[in-house]
Write a new protein. Structure first.
Length: 178
């Protein structure tokens, strides 16, 4: 077994990425403190052809050297928009026909393995590293998705949560369309 060189991976250039068909998935970051987490979400979003990221509240925006450290230029390829209030971004997405789901542990949440994206346009909200998605934002969502966990801790790091959720939804949408 030989490790592949970057030139063998047949990745899109930044310009090709910008015009490529994206998955109808939007990520909303609700008051994320860590620029490393933000950069990681950009990188995951790039890898999975996510349509757009909304950076809300205290969430830092590019250009930012700490975001760049983990995004590795994905902050230049993935479309993003800043919105001071997460609630405004959610209302905008709902008006555009998106089904909006908080990634949060709430009463009546849907376990990620059981989640079936029925609408072709989907927005997922990831919350603050300590406080999660604000209740006022949860209240505006169509529902909540919860990642099953089996240990003593009750949450994943936001970048890990984004990787798990976005990969799962990407696969479900891709399999649905094939």
């Amino acid at each position: 077994m030989r490790k592949l060189k970057n030139s063998e991976l047949k990745r899109l250039s930044a310009n090709e990425y910008k015009v490529a068909d994206k998955k109808p998935i939007v990520v909303v970051l609700d008051n994320i403190r860590s620029c490393n987490n933000i950069g990681s979400v950009f990188r995951t979003s790039d890898a999975l052809l996510i349509k757009k990221i909304y950076l809300c509240g205290i969430t830092a925006t590019p250009p930012n050297k700490d975001i760049h450290k983990t995004a590795l230029d994905a902050e230049k390829s993935v479309s993003w928009e800043y919105c001071e209030k997460t609630e405004v971004a959610v209302e905008k997405l709902k008006k555009e026909g998106y089904q909006v789901y908080a990634i949060e542990q709430v009463e009546g949440s849907i376990s990620l393995p059981d989640f079936n994206p029925e609408n072709s346009k989907l927005a997922v909200i990831f919350g603050n590293e300590v406080k999660g998605v604000k209740q006022s934002v949860v209240d505006l969502c169509h529902g909540s998705i919860e990642i099953p966990q089996f240990g003593t801790k009750h949450s994943f790091n936001i970048s890990v949560s984004a990787g798990i959720v976005l990969w799962d939804i990407f696969n479900k949408i891709s399999n649905e369309n094939s």
